[in-house]
Design a protein around this ligand. Structure first.
Ligand SMILES: [Zn+2]
Ligand SMILES: [Zn+2]
Ligand SMILES: [Zn+2]
Ligand SMILES: [Zn+2]
Length: 481
């Protein structure tokens, strides 16, 4: 721990340990938006592989993959990635190759991550792999496991998984109980590794990043550059303040956020947004995010349940929406959503498109215009239309999401930046150069803070903006002639 404190001190950070709230990461100097607070390579990580969609074990790429011929489980994109992983995989490969075919099929990414965890510990003990202040098993030991909060069913599952790990490792000095506890640690500490566009690629354990606590109003954001976890400030953070990221989607209502945090991370959030629960502001906010719209289409009021429970009253104009009327639309949407889910999973985008458009029609009648449900439907429609290469219509839905994103993801939020980027790319594709410049400029403003400026992803964005500027001035000059 002392070693860690010393290495954090250089970065202007320290770990504080309060008995009531556990560990937290504290600043020892002032930080500015866009500044990297901390970055860390994973202690262990695995790609989210499925049988039909493998990824490279080194870089998570899906291209040019070759299966490891010995174990038949792990894939690589080339010799660079294979070499990078070799020290660890050499032992893992030997262990996996001994399994019969049926058992081999049950080796999920989570099981593999646990196997790798123990192999890395062993190799670090034997000094085959070096240890550093931020890369050692002691840090894994410090992670919370919440074993006492887990229900019986989950414990049984962890025990079964631990048995499989034990069978793979066949090492006499490993304690099954400890493996089960480590699975519990994975569940509340491991991070989903996403690409620059926030699409999940794999899972990794970053024991120092895990020290950072949650807030629904965070002052920092976690993004990944390959498998490197990078935490950047999204606001000015004064000296002696706690660094906070969000573990959940901050667009959700207080009740939903708290539910997820309780179920997955076993704590009750007391951030400035959460302590307002039950107060007028929070009731209003939830009624906008999850509630209904006014019967008068021109009114933007939010609705609250009437005291005699006949319906919902608009808080702006006083009009009442009948309970039965609402119930009918809700159940129609539910029926359509079930169908839509089936058609997306059986990959029938044409059918899904029609269904989601019908859902949208009903939701526009039912929901407040800033509702999260309607926003999710627009996101879905955007995704399907992109898949169908219907750029013009895709742009329409992308634009619809922007005002809602501006509201639920204020400030420097990567999702807002990425949505502007999508808009800008579509506008560019459709020849709307001036609009494209506006959207890409917005995207740069936000993403240079959340993603930095040096990654290939950001360089591409900056180049696109430059191209759009060049095109605009060319159009301009040819018009003048
Ligand atoms: Zn690779
Ligand atoms: Zn292998
Ligand atoms: Zn909160
Ligand atoms: Zn109204």
């Amino acid at each position: 721990m002392e070693e860690l404190q010393t290495s954090l001190e250089v970065r202007g950070l320290s770990v504080s340990n309060a008995p009531d709230k556990g560990r937290s990461l504290i600043t020892t100097k002032e930080l500015y938006p866009g500044e990297v607070i901390i970055s860390q390579e994973p202690y262990v990580c695995v790609p989210n592989n499925t049988l039909t969609e493998p990824r490279c074990d080194g870089c998570f790429s899906k291209r040019n993959l070759k299966k490891c011929s010995a174990c038949q489980i792990v894939w690589y994109c080339g010799s660079t990635c294979q070499k990078l992983e070799w020290k660890l995989h050499r032992l893992e490969c030997l262990a996996l190759a001994k399994l019969d075919k049926e058992r081999r099929m049950s080796v999920t990414p989570t099981i593999r991550m646990m196997v790798k965890l123990y192999l890395k510990r062993k190799l670090q003990n034997e000094k085959v792999i070096s240890t550093t202040a931020m890369d050692n098993y002691e840090l894994v030991k410090e992670l919370v496991s919440h074993m006492s909060d887990i229900d019986e069913k989950q414990l049984v599952l962890y025990a079964q998984m631990a048995n499989l790990v034990n069978l793979i490792l066949q090492s006499p000095d490993i304690d099954i109980k400890e493996i089960a506890e480590n699975f519990s640690k994975f569940s509340c500490n491991a991070h989903s590794i996403c690409d620059s566009e926030l699409r999940p690629q794999g899972t990794g354990l970053y024991p120092v990043v895990s020290i950072i606590n949650h807030s629904c109003l965070p002052n920092a954001v976690l993004v990944f550059e390959g498998r490197l976890a990078v935490v950047r400030a999204v606001q000015r953070i004064p000296k002696d303040a706690e660094v906070l990221i969000s573990y959940v989607d901050t667009a959700e209502s207080t009740m939903n956020r708290q539910k997820t945090l309780k179920e997955q991370y076993f704590f009750t959030c007391t951030c400035p947004r959460c302590i307002k629960v039950g107060q007028y502001d929070d009731i209003k906010e939830s009624a906008i995010l999850e509630g209904y719209r006014c019967r008068d289409k021109a009114c933007s009021g939010f609705l609250l349940r009437e005291s005699d429970d006949k319906g919902f009253v608009c808080q702006q104009c006083g009009l009442i929406r009948n309970k039965e009327d609402i119930r009918r639309i809700v159940s129609d949407i539910k029926a359509l959503s079930d169908k839509a889910l089936k058609s997306t999973s059986s990959s029938n985008p044409q059918e899904a498109l029609i269904l989601y458009k019908n859902i949208e029609k009903l939701q526009k009648e039912l929901c407040h215009r800033f509702s999260v449900s309607l926003m999710r439907t627009w996101e879905k429609l955007l995704e399907i239309l992109m898949q169908l290469e219907e750029w013009k219509e895709a742009l329409k839905f992308c634009r619809l999401t922007i005002p809602v994103y501006e509201r639920v993801y204020p400030g420097f939020h990567p999702l807002l930046g990425l949505q502007y980027y999508s808009c800008g790319k579509l506008e560019w594709l459709l020849g709307e150069t001036e609009e494209s410049i506006k959207s890409l400029t917005k995207a740069v403003e936000i993403l240079q803070i959340t993603h930095g400026t040096n990654t290939p992803f950001m360089k591409e964005l900056l180049m696109k903006l430059e191209e759009a500027h060049a095109e605009a001035s060319y159009k301009h000059s040819s018009m003048e002639e």
